[in-house]
Design a protein around this ligand. Structure first.
Ligand code: FUC
Length: 804
């Protein structure tokens, strides 16, 4: 058996290095599957019989079989290190990430020809000569290079055990503790592996225990598909080192088995294998490090951990996680015991079959979004990218970058309302890092003040237009700047507003105010200020001559983003009583920005300055409803006509889409107070655009849909986007409660703008039975529920029990 075991791992390593021939193949099924071992797919050689017993408690994901694809594996993360745990028996796999591990380096990609060409591009667009304009813009404005490099996997840990048959198998992710656990019985021994990502120590810890002494024996390898080598350190550790772009990285694995034998095996490839024999208990510590500027932790990669401290480390990890996670509880009416006892993947299948998720699954999905944000975005670290921080590839879809024409922003929609405002700080930090390169781009390409980002960025401060003409979208910084303002709105932190938010917002506004041009006579917005070039991400339209274009001037979304930004800047200056001149300039500019318009023909919100017909009426971006969500310019109460036009627009876009496209529309239906329609789209998202591990499917995996839908589930329960003249917000209770969720439910700990924490319960069609609102900051609390409104003056720390 031992011989077989070694052979198997050796074969994997040989295959990895590309030197394996048929003779090295141990001849079992899995080896042939691993011709290209580092893939989304994986196979456990063991035959596994699942447990019949569902784990107890809520906020759990659980399964009766090991993951066979990456999208079934369970994510762990501490804001820097990430792990995807497959839960295999004979073959366990942990795929690793460090969210500072990016290919590439800082570049000045600004196109030196842009500035000279800009007036001509603008003239052509104002004169409807779109084709010529796009041609010229593509030649003169695109970044060089025009692509960013990918965020990459750190590596993989493979465990190879002799257990070929397992019964009573379960694996689960307990979101209450952020611990993944795999349990099974093999050869009469009950094995348990628990794995967590400690934030305090920046290490992934796996502890394997057995209910019989000396029953643990396995081989461990640590590797990466490219650009890295692994060496043995002493007799119980492996160190992998490599370099991509300008970044050095490393990962270190140490096995501690007090009563077992731990040694390094040899194999012909030179790649070391760590072997454990006869242990009663095994603790594996896996670190990761890079020398990414400002976050260099290479010196700590071989840090020592004492297995005797395991319990303390685990308790500290749980406490640290619960500090964030336990702030919010959502309890909806539970399904029948039959459904409640099903594993997560079966519940997803049921949601697909019935067209409706069970409410326990909705609860879990909501908390999963919060869990993912806690794991992928922690103060002091990198923000969540297109995949949060979980990525097995070297060339990830869209490079797993930060897309700033919706996706990056969507990641942070739950931060405020789901009561995790600290988790948004990494996004603000990244914005700070974009100011210098973004100011250079603003100056070199547009001769403008302030800072600009186009439709994507990376870890290296890329701010030029990327990919193709659709990258010439200088609105990224303006949209990003909504987030520091929202951070203030949710937390009321004036120091933050003064020293961090306003400077970012101001820089973004200064760019915009320099970029805006007066639309000439003969155009739809003659005499007003518009963006040019402009487009509505990433939609195209028919020109009157039947040709297709994406480019125009003054696309509705641009104008709504600008309205949002300038309004927020004015508010910030008023609150802080500073920057009068800047504020006046914002006010004067705002007065000259065209209003959102309704198409006389379709009754919908116009997506462009002209009433063009879109090429794809079901396009995944619903950009021209930015003012409805995430903005607050279109509201049911304040602008009923626009709200009605938004309703028609959304209906025409349809109830399908990419994962994130659906998540956005769910939020929009909520803002229109149509909870049933929102729930219908949530059902599509859960039934059709969700992988077995609850990761969102664009497809492929993209995490924005998770975060967007988490915010949307919360906004079914409370909304607080309406800002009154005196700066207080209106907190609306159950504004968009779907009938499906109305029979009974409760929520604790949601956060409203103005610094209010809401607890409430409802039953019988959404009748409130209990509400309490804690005021963190003091100030005016305006509550609305159904047709009723009440206002309270609150003191800091006071809890109000309103009568509604
Ligand atoms: C936007 C979207 C795509 C994808 C990409 C990462 O450009 O249009 O669907 O989500 O971002």
């Amino acid at each position: 058996m031992k011989h077989m075991k070694k052979n198997h791992l050796l074969a994997i390593l040989l295959l990895l290095t590309g030197t394996a021939g048929a003779q090295n193949n141990p001849g079992n099924q899995s080896a042939s599957l691993r011709q290209t071992p580092i893939t989304a797919q994986w196979m456990d050689r063991a035959s596994v019989v699942g447990s019949t017993q569902a784990p107890e408690g809520k906020n759990l994901l659980w399964y009766k079989a090991p993951a066979t694809v990456w999208e079934e594996a369970l994510p762990l993360g501490n804001g820097r290190l990430g792990a995807m745990v497959f839960g295999g028996v004979a073959d366990e796999r942990i795929q690793l990430n460090d969210n500072t591990l990016w290919d590439g380096q800082p570049v000045n990609a600004n196109n030196p020809n842009a500035l000279e060409a800009l007036p001509e591009v603008q003239r052509l667009l104002f004169e409807d000569k779109n084709k010529e304009a796009v041609k010229l813009a593509a030649q003169t404005m695109l970044g060089n290079p025009s692509r960013v490099k990918s965020y990459q996997s750190l590596g993989e840990v493979w465990f190879d055990t002799p257990q070929m048959e397992a019964t009573d198998y379960t694996r689960q992710l307990d979101m209450n503790t952020a611990i993944a656990t795999t349990q099974y019985t093999a050869n009469g021994v009950r094995y348990k592996r628990e794995t967590f990502a400690s934030a305090a120590e920046n290490v992934i810890v796996m502890r394997i225990t057995a209910d019989k002494p000396n029953a643990i024996g396995l081989n461990i390898a640590l590797h990466r598909a490219e650009n890295a080598q692994t060496e043995a350190i002493g007799n119980n550790a492996l160190l992998m080192k490599g370099k991509v772009g300008i970044t050095n990285f490393a990962s270190h694995l140490r096995a501690e088995a007090p009563d077992g034998k731990v040694f390094i095996g040899n194999n012909s490839t030179g790649a070391p294998v760590l072997t454990v024999e006869g242990a009663s208990e095994l603790t594996v510590y896996i670190t990761g490090a890079t020398d990414y500027p400002g976050m260099d932790n290479m010196a700590e990669v071989t840090k020592h951990f004492d297995p005797k401290q395991y319990r303390q480390m685990k308790e500290a990890h749980i406490a640290q996680h619960r500090k964030y996670f336990a702030r919010v509880d959502l309890s909806l009416e539970q399904p029948s015991a039959n459904v409640a006892n099903m594993p997560t993947d079966e519940r997803l299948k049921l949601a697909k079959e019935t067209g409706k998720p069970d409410l326990g699954l909705v609860e879990t999905y909501f908390q999963f979004g919060r869990y993912l944000l806690i794991c992928s975005s922690r103060p002091g670290g990198m923000p969540a990218n297109l995949q949060g921080l979980w990525c097995w590839q070297m060339n990830a879809p869209w490079n797993a970058d930060y897309h700033t024409n919706i996706n990056f922003q969507m990641n942070y929609w739950p931060a405020g309302i789901a009561n995790l405002p600290e988790m948004q700080l990494p996004m603000i930090d990244l914005m700070d890092k974009l100011v210098a390169p973004g100011s250079l781009t603003a100056r070199q390409m547009y001769n403008a003040d302030g800072w600009v980002v186009h439709h994507l960025t990376d870890a290296w401060g890329f701010t030029a237009p990327a990919d193709g003409p659709q990258g010439i979208w200088p609105m990224g910084s303006a949209w990003l700047a909504q987030h520091p303002w929202e951070q203030y709105a949710y937390t009321g932190d004036k120091e933050f507003l003064r020293h961090r938010a306003l400077p970012l917002m101001k820089g973004a506004a200064e760019f915009i105010m320099d970029f805006l041009v007066e639309a000439p006579q003969g155009t739809a917005y003659a005499g007003m200020l518009v963006t040019n070039p402009s487009y509505s991400p990433e939609n195209s339209f028919y020109l009157p001559d039947g040709s297709v274009s994406e480019f125009t001037y003054g696309a509705t979304m641009d104008l709504q983003i600008i309205r949002d930004l300038l309004t927020n800047c004015i508010h910030a200056c008023q609150i802080l009583k500073i920057d009068k001149d800047f504020r006046r300039r914002c006010e004067q500019t705002l007065a000259r920005i065209p209003q959102t318009r309704i198409s006389p023909e379709t009754g919908r919100i116009m997506e462009w300055a002209e009433d063009y017909k879109e090429v794809d009426p079901h396009h995944r971006h619903t950009s021209h409803l930015f003012g409805l969500h995430p903005g607050n310019q279109i509201t049911v109460v304040g602008t009923p006509e626009l709200a009605e036009a938004a309703r028609k627009t959304l209906a025409a876009r349809g109830d399908d889409g990419t994962g994130w496209g659906l998540a956005w529309k769910i939020n929009m239906w909520n803002r229109l107070h149509d909870g049933d329609r929102a729930f219908r789209l949530l059902s599509v998202l859960l039934g059709q655009k969700t992988y077995p591990n609850l990761f969102d499917a664009h497809p492929p995996f993209q995490i924005d849909g998770n975060f967007g839908a988490t915010a949307a589930i919360a906004e079914m329960l409370i909304q607080s986007q309406l800002r009154k003249k005196d700066g207080s917000y209106e907190v609306e209770l159950l504004p968009s409660l779907p009938t499906a969720m109305a029979a009974k439910g409760s929520v604790k700990g949601l956060r409203a703008r103005g610094g209010f924490i809401v607890d409430m319960a409802w039953e019988a069609g959404g009748r409130l039975t209990r509400v309490s609102v804690r005021s963190e900051l003091g100030g005016k609390l305006n509550l609305r529920y159904g047709g009723k409104s009440v206002t309270y003056k609150t003191k800091p720390g006071q809890t109000i029990h309103p009568r509604l």
